[in-house]
Design a protein around this ligand. Structure first.
Ligand code: KG4
Ligand code: ZN
Length: 334
């Protein structure tokens, strides 16, 4: 039977809508909110207001690009959490109204599960079970993916997410928000071994990134005392060194997860998986250790509704629908 799903993502600062037809993405429209840049981070109230302004045009464009009339839809999916509550509320309310008006089922999606399931949009697709390192501005997790509907977090950060570590160190250097992509850019020209930072050791498969941020703050303070132009003169080397440390920390636990589970299919997901240092290091490890590595297309790494549509498709096939009384969740474990 034909299945056409409209999916909506509004968990943070991207308003996105996507249309999927029998597992294939027909459209994926993403409106990024520029309003936060001047504040050096996402302002929740402004995110919520921008979602309200963007949601109707984004959904209309998504349906138009897919050449689908709303009457053809079989289900409406939305991100229930985790994320900013006020932002999630916009997508949730919109999806509920749409489903009610069209009298079609409603599907709730966990944003972190959707990042993992973004690997099923394009070929090559992993087979179950596989490991997924989900790295974003809000999360750092190693997920054991047993099936599309059965995942287990086997390691995660106990404090900051790795994306936050990228963004906060960039901010300390005076780089604009979000700093992650800029650190990546400058790191390409720098020496990754120019400076060393203490990587925090954590038990098991867990991470901690708050220590390195503090260590970096004191490092800059001391260097700037000796040379007020330290950052301008050494931007490339500083970025390369901090990126090298963060990537090394990420991979150390992935290696451990592979040896503990015996699973050699390793996927990465989330905004930080766009990082070229991480991609390169992962590819090198894969070659050395005979892993099979999966990296989604860039547009499916950062927040998007196509991954929500894909996750919803698995739920649709399993008949897992939700009800009109559903409300969003700021915290929503996998
Ligand atoms: O998944 P995402 O788009 O949104 C969240 O759910 O958080 O991830 C955004 C994060 C930000 O911290 C951003 O700085 C980081 O991903 N990021 C990068 C790169 N591109 C995006 N970090 C390092 N290198 C990149 N190339
Ligand atoms: Zn995300």
């Amino acid at each position: 039977m034909d299945c056409i799903i409209l999916a909506i993502e509004s968990s943070c600062d991207e308003t996105s809508a996507s249309v999927l037809h029998n597992g294939k993405i027909l459209s994926n429209v993403v409106a990024s909110q520029e309003v936060h840049h001047q504040y050096g981070g996402v302002v929740p109230e402004l995110a919520s207001r921008a979602h309200q302004q963007n949601i109707v045009p984004v959904v209309s464009e998504s349906l138009k690009n897919a050449n689908i009339n709303k009457k053809q839809l079989n289900a409406v999916a939305f991100t229930r959490g985790p994320g900013l509550l006020g932002a999630l509320l916009v997508g949730t309310s919109f999806a509920k109204s749409f489903a009610l008006a069209l009298n079609i089922p409603l599907i709730e999606v966990n944003h972190m599960e959707a990042h993992v399931l973004a690997h099923f949009i394009d070929e090559p697709k992993p087979t179950f079970p596989f490991l997924c390192l989900t790295v974003s501005g809000g999360h750092t997790q190693i997920v054991l993916v047993k099936s599309a509907l059965d995942m287990e977090v086997i390691g995660e950060t106990q404090d900051d997410a790795v994306g936050e570590a990228f963004d906060k160190t960039a901010k300390l250097m005076g780089l604009p928000y979000p700093g992650g992509p800029l650190v990546d850019k400058y790191a390409k020209e720098g020496n990754p071994l120019a400076y060393t930072f203490p990587a925090t050791e954590m038990p098991g498969l867990n991470y901690s990134f708050s220590g390195i941020k503090t260590a970096f703050m004191y490092f800059l303070r001391d260097q700037l005392k000796a040379n007020p132009r330290f950052v301008e003169e050494n931007t490339d080397d500083i970025c390369a060194s901090i990126q090298h440390t963060l990537v090394k920390m990420l991979l150390q636990k992935v290696k451990k997860a592979v040896s503990e589970t015996g699973i050699r299919q390793v996927a990465i997901a989330g905004g930080v998986s766009a990082n070229s240092g991480l991609r390169q290091a992962l590819a090198e490890e894969a070659k050395k250790r005979n892993w099979e590595v999966f990296i989604p297309r860039f547009e499916y790494c950062t927040d998007n509704a196509a991954m929500i549509a894909m996750a919803a498709y698995f739920k649709y096939e399993a008949g897992r629908f939700t009800h009109q009384m559903v409300s969003p969740l700021a915290r929503m474990p996998i």
